[in-house]
Ligand binder design. Structure first.
Ligand code: ZN
Length: 154
């Protein structure tokens, strides 16, 4: 069942001649080896700076040993997420990659969770749930990380 909808290109809801793209990267630092960093403020600010009122927001964490997810920024839940990832992928698992680098578990967690999120922007608002924060899941910190924000629309 559709909860709401809006047409594009047809009937001038969106003028496709005005389609544009916008891209920015910003950096942030993790402080722990394993940590969840809330980037919601920066992502929403970037989306607003794009000036695009209707389109797609693509948020990409360009790293192989961290992940990006949408979820609630609540202290207990953040610890639950970190603990569950450790349960699923223990740090010492006899991994092949640990023969050349000591962070196979971080790569595997990144592979499981993913590193990008795509959301609609409608009438100037990023469409997301009340408790859906943009959370970077650091697994090989502390280090400097980047986050890329791409917006396409009108
Ligand atoms: Zn590695």
């Amino acid at each position: 069942m559709w909860l709401s909808g809006k047409s594009s290109c047809e009937k001038s809801a969106i003028n496709c001649d005005d389609m544009k793209t916008w891209f920015r990267e910003f950096s942030f630092s993790s402080r722990e080896r394993r940590e969840i960093v809330d980037l919601t403020g920066q992502v929403l600010e970037a989306a607003g700076q794009s000036g695009i009122k209707n389109g797609l927001l693509v948020v990409q964490l360009p790293h192989a040993t961290a992940a990006l997810m949408l979820n609630e920024n609540e202290e207990g839940l953040k610890q639950d997420i970190l603990n569950k990832l450790d349960d699923l992928v223990p740090a010492r698992g006899g991994y092949q990659h640990d023969r050349i680098d000591d962070n196979a578990h971080a790569h595997l967690k990144s592979a499981l969770v993913g590193s990008s999120v795509v959301l609609p922007i409608v009438d100037g608002k990023v469409v997301r749930g009340t408790w859906q924060s943009f959370l970077a899941v650091e697994q090989d910190g502390p280090r400097r990380r980047r986050l890329a924000v791409f917006v396409m629309g009108e």
